[in-house]
Design a protein around this ligand. Structure first.
Ligand SMILES: [Zn+2]
Ligand SMILES: [Zn+2]
Length: 477
């Protein structure tokens, strides 16, 4: 195979994740945090969850060449570089979480949403009831279903048809602006519903009160059924002037505004904290963190003062271990899905439509793209790989020197410590590991889904399952 002509405009440069203040904080304080957790934090944050240590340990190795790497070589010009592994952890690794949110935003805007009007929904629950969702995370995962049922019920009643299906994507966010516990839901929901043959019927102007009453009733019922609260409390809370429940649906997005849908989807799937808002870590390790500016029109839940944990300022100074406690409570358990697709947008419905479209043949292929969702496994993988290239504007297959198609020639695994050190020293990439790194449990040393096959080509399926970090390489002009 000959190289395509390619201009050399720069060199690849790995990012330096270990040099961030945040990485240092976690690296240096996490052991202490874990050691005192039961004594100092279990009462407020619940039992220690092993997933926290697993996730944090993975994060601490993210993008670190000393933890192993893939050697990538161009068969044409012999150019070669190393690619570190990424951790792919949610809610703790800003880099990996951010990538996930970006990709998801594009996927939702382009593959899931139909070109019809949508509304952003935000559902909140009173402070008094939040504690139950902190200690019983399974209840948290009942909330999106409840919210969805209220939508379907109101839409069908208002449009006076029982067969109509709205489309919606609902995400669970457990955090407020200052990373305190504030469980609430975000929704991206069609502003109308579909008939079985795909015709869209717009919703008339509606009062949010309809949604609010049902939402309040359903959440109370859930907690009553689960024996978490007594009917007396419900009566009492119903008497409050501000119930603390809210449903906001003020933001409307036009069907053609794919960019707005993408931004909103990314916001809905964002990381609980942002490095940009972590202003400073003092010499004594205190963490200064600020909230977003309250631009309520775009993000309605920011209007609720509660989002700042009941404090009137929009920043917070944390003791280092307190910061870790607030932060790690948002790490989901492994099986927890924070994003749900409903109705017209559910995987099942989209799959059925995709199959119908495929069997209808070429005549339908000329239809607008939104009518052609492709949630089949192979299609989704190809699409995902294409998205990665687009979002990061880098093609990991493409040789930066000659434009040829590169191949992974080998994997150097974390346990090959001496080999790693020798190679990195030889290439001038070695640095001593930072002090006080936490002890690493054996079970995270060799991630299970790592593929180690010399000469393996980068096909889309492999890209999907890869753990190496082609997108950590910033292209330096
Ligand atoms: Zn990561
Ligand atoms: Zn080359």
């Amino acid at each position: 195979m000959s190289c395509a002509a390619g201009k050399i405009t720069g060199v690849y440069r790995p990012r330096q994740p270990l040099e961030s203040d945040f990485h240092r904080l976690v690296r240096e304080q996490f052991n202490d945090f874990q050691a005192v957790y039961d004594r100092c934090y279990a009462r407020k944050f619940g039992f220690w969850r092993p997933v926290i240590a697993r996730t944090v340990n993975e994060f601490l190795r993210c993008g670190d060449l000393r933890e192993g790497f893939a050697r990538v070589r161009c068969p044409d010009c012999r150019h070669e570089f190393f690619v570190a592994f990424s951790c792919k952890q949610r809610c703790i690794c800003p880099s990996c979480h951010q990538k996930r949110a970006l990709l998801l935003g594009i996927h939702i805007a382009e593959d899931v949403c139909e070109p019809v009007a949508h509304r952003q929904f935000v559902w909140t629950i009173p402070k008094r009831l939040r504690v139950f969702f902190r200690f019983h995370r399974h209840l948290l995962h009942r909330l999106p279903n409840l919210a969805w049922k209220t939508i379907r019920e109101v839409y069908r009643a208002v449009l006076e048809r029982d067969d109509l299906v709205p489309g919606g994507i609902i995400t669970i966010q457990t955090f407020g602006q200052l990373i305190h516990f504030h469980p609430h839901l975000h929704g991206l929901v069609t502003d109308g519903a579909f008939t079985t043959d795909g015709q869209f019927i717009r919703l008339p102007r509606l009062d949010d009160e309809l949604f609010l009453q049902l939402w309040e009733q359903r959440v109370f019922q859930l907690l009553l059924d689960e024996g978490k609260i007594e009917p007396k409390l419900v009566d009492q809370m119903r008497g409050w002037r501000h119930s603390g429940f809210s449903v906001n649906r003020n933001v409307r997005l036009e069907g053609a505004d794919q960019a707005a849908i993408q931004r909103l989807a990314q916001y809905m799937a964002r990381c609980p904290f942002s490095l940009a808002r972590l202003i400073r870590i003092t010499d004594t390790g205190k963490v200064l963190y600020r909230g977003e500016k309250t631009h309520c029109h775009r993000f309605p839940e920011a209007a609720s003062e509660d989002l700042f944990g009941g404090v009137s300022r929009n920043f917070q100074v944390f003791e280092p271990l307190d910061f870790l406690a607030e932060l790690t409570q948002h790490i989901p358990n492994k099986s927890e899905h924070l994003i749900r697709y409903y109705g017209w947008y559910s995987n099942k419905t989209r799959g059925t439509r995709a199959r119908a479209v495929a069997s209808a043949g070429e005549a339908v292929a000329a239809a607008p793209p939104a009518a052609l969702p492709s949630p089949t496994a192979a299609g989704a993988r190809r699409r995902w790989a294409a998205l990665i290239k687009r979002v990061y504007q880098t093609d990991p297959l493409r040789c930066p020197r000659c434009g040829g198609k590169m191949r992974i020639i080998s994997f150097i695994e974390a346990h090959q410590e001496q080999v790693i050190e020798r190679i990195l020293r030889h290439c001038g990439l070695w640095s001593e590991p930072p002090p006080r790194a936490p002890p690493r449990p054996a079970l995270v040393l060799v991630p299970s889904n790592r593929v180690a096959e010399p000469g393996l080509d980068l096909d889309p399926e492999f890209l999907e399952h890869q753990r190496w970090e082609q997108i950590e390489l910033a292209f330096e002009a």
